[in-house]
Design a protein around this ligand. Structure first.
Ligand code: DGI
Ligand code: FE
Ligand code: FE
Length: 199
């Protein structure tokens, strides 16, 4: 953990580092709430690790993100190449693996998918996705405090709410939506939806 924190302090801005600690603590709190095996704290430790590392590639130059993907055979879509900030999850997971020797697939997937989500996320993936949205220093978002409570009551309802809010936010800004963000939304919020243009 010390080595990870040292790396983050060096590579992230002050605000991003502060956000990262918030995500790690919030992820631990959610892991305490939903721990599938309350007689041991391994799940809580893993939530902390994933939370700390989720944005470790966030402050890297976009060119460098693309270069790391190229060099290491990390596949990316044309949408991601034109919006390379979306790649900080995939590149972050690569750093977690190569620099910090994390081979826990669930942690690596939680880092990889924390921005867009994906269908059928594991409990740990959901925890990181949600913690990223609700951590205490997140700047005001509509209904944030309701979602903060909901996260500790019903994790899937919190997922739905965050996914719909994110899509609404992207639409209001006129930002194009990544395929995976849309697919995740459809799978959680409109599970019967089978593709085509949204009305
Ligand atoms: O890295 P963080 O800021 O902590 O959070 P994040 O990894 O969830 O990234 C959030 C940003 O990503 C936010 O500005 C919205 C954007 N984003 C998420 N899904 C999509 C998206 N942007 C586009 N253009 N399309 C998406 O589908
Ligand atoms: Fe992020
Ligand atoms: Fe984040």
């Amino acid at each position: 953990m010390k080595k990870i924190k040292k790396y983050l302090k060096k590579h992230l801005t002050k605000d991003r580092y502060h956000h990262t600690l918030g995500v790690a603590y919030t992820a631990m709190a959610l892991a305490m709430r939903y721990n599938p095996n309350p007689s041991n704290s391994d799940f809580i430790k893993r939530a902390e690790t994933a939370g700390l590392l989720h944005d470790c590639a966030k402050c890297m130059d976009n060119d460098k993100k693309l270069h790391i993907c190229e060099k290491n055979g990390i596949p990316y879509s044309s949408f991601e190449s034109s919006h390379p900030y979306l790649l900080h999850g995939k590149v972050g997971a690569h750093i977690a693996k190569t620099k910090f020797h994390i081979h826990d697939e669930d942690i690596l997937q939680a880092i990889t998918w924390h921005t867009t989500g994906r269908p059928e996320m594991s409990l740990l993936e959901k925890i990181i996705y949600i913690a990223d949205y609700i951590e205490p220093s997140r700047s005001p978002i509509p209904e944030l405090d309701e979602i903060r409570q909901l996260a500790f009551i019903d994790i899937d309802k919190a997922m739905e709410k965050i996914l719909s809010n994110t899509l609404k936010f992207l639409e209001s800004k006129g930002n194009p939506v990544d395929k995976m963000t849309q697919t995740t939304y459809d799978s959680y919020v409109r599970p019967t939806y089978k593709g085509g243009n949204l009305a």
